[in-house]
Design a protein around this ligand. Sequence first.
Ligand code: FBP
Length: 559
Amino acid sequence: MKNLSPLQSERLKYQPKLPTSLSNGVNSLEMTEGSATQSVADQAQIQKLFANTYGKPVVTFNSGASRSVSQTNVGVILSGGQAPGGHNVIAGLYDALKQSNSSNKLYGFLGGPSGIIDGKYVEFDDEFINAYRNTGGFDIIGSGRTKLETEEQFQKSWAVCKKLNISAVVIIGGDDSNTNAAMLAEWFVKHNANIQVIGCPKTIDGDLKNDQIEISFGFDTATKTYGELIGNIERDANSAKKYWHFVKIMGRSASHVALEAALQTQPNITLISEEVEQNKMSLNSIIEYMTEIIVKRANMGKNFGIVVVPEGLIEFIPEMKTMIANLNDIMKDLEQDPAFTNTTSTREKFDVVENRLDDKNAEVYESLPALIKSQLLMDRDPHGNVQVSKIETEKLLIAMIKSRLEELKSQGEYIGKFSTQAHFFGYEGRCAFPSNFDADYCYSLGYNAYALISFGLTGYLSSVKNLTSPASEWVAGGVPLTMMMNMERRNGEMKPVIKKALVELNGPVFKKLQDNREDWALNDRYLFPGAIQYFGPSSVCDITTQTLALEKSKELVNA
Ligand code: FBP
């Protein structure tokens, strides 16, 4: 292969580890079923909407006697935001299929869920797959955010599968994409299509997890990448001692990524959206909290520091959350209204929006800087989410702190020098070479997806558990997608969706931050995790995230 960096060449040779239960191949497995399951909430509504796939048991695999597995063609889709390890999910799926029966075929749908609707696909072979093993990115087939929900989309997907003789589809995605998987699985059963649908838990955000799914893939690599970058900035700040660095970190809703990155690097201030929401902190009280630390440090002669801000913060500040919900409802109509979309003056757009918002919400919207106001009007994603990656919350905070400091100065208070740098770490972490953990975990998830298919299951999420133990001891199985669902308001309507896992404020991960943050605020306890290591001692190369380790230790104590 040409044009490869030395690391790329070496990583292509890495053989990801599998749990022992899967290591003899899918044709030597036995499956154990648990008892019937229920959705996490809104059971009656979810059961009605998923009449054919609701309530299935959790399943676990163990190696067993040799059995015959019928020939299968499978289609795979990468869906939503990139996450390190996606290529290995496909490689694991491919290897499981081919080892089971060399005439099995794996098709990749191009550009996300729209690929299955429009019949855009490739067929994988050894050479194709081998070029992508252990690499970051989703470029093997591309990704997209199309929401699968209409009758027409389902019909078209069915026609494409029939044409390719595909009897199972694997959707690699986050909560929204696996909601797609659940809808498609239900529709196929309802129409006797004989096509199974299996999901794989992906998202750097780490919010697709529950009792059965310990972590989504990509979180490990992405947080370690952000940890490296923040550590570098801490060193820079501590060397120059002249800037406050405000770092917004990806993670659309939950703050898991910001929290993990903070535990890895111990910055001076870390905001956690879930805490802001629970304590009903207004924007002004957040500013007050941060300003107090900045002033205290200035009085210690420290006009520098690091602030970590979760990407989704704005949606968790109570007055903002209410305003954004109101805004989402009105934007649904305004996005379709040419009189609004063709208006070139942002001032006029602000006026239209302020007139339509409820009084209190209009007041909140009006109080924001023009930059943030217009960022809040940007297109929603196909699932109705505000694209928080485009909202520069870090700059909003800087601007508000500056004006608060000016106020304090005018009252005679010493405020030191507040010079700032704003950063957004998001895309930098989503396509990194997967860490050894993600390389192994993803390969196992993909391999295991075929195990689920081979037992005729549909509407399941591939699950690999016991992740803080060596890979050989990981436990492979499957979780019914409906078990994770509840009803939520999206695009102005109640919809069945997979429930996001937010940071637990009484959990051990947040507690570690809580116990240390006062110390970290004033006494610089910066930690420098450095770059992800792929080769070398296991104590450096195979460490899991603190989030996983702390959550697992709590589970063990409670067991
Ligand atoms: P998924 O939930 O699809 O995994 O995507 C998560 C994410 O990376 C968020 O952290 C971020 O807000 C969003 O994608 C950005 O989306 P886009 O790639 O469309 O800009």
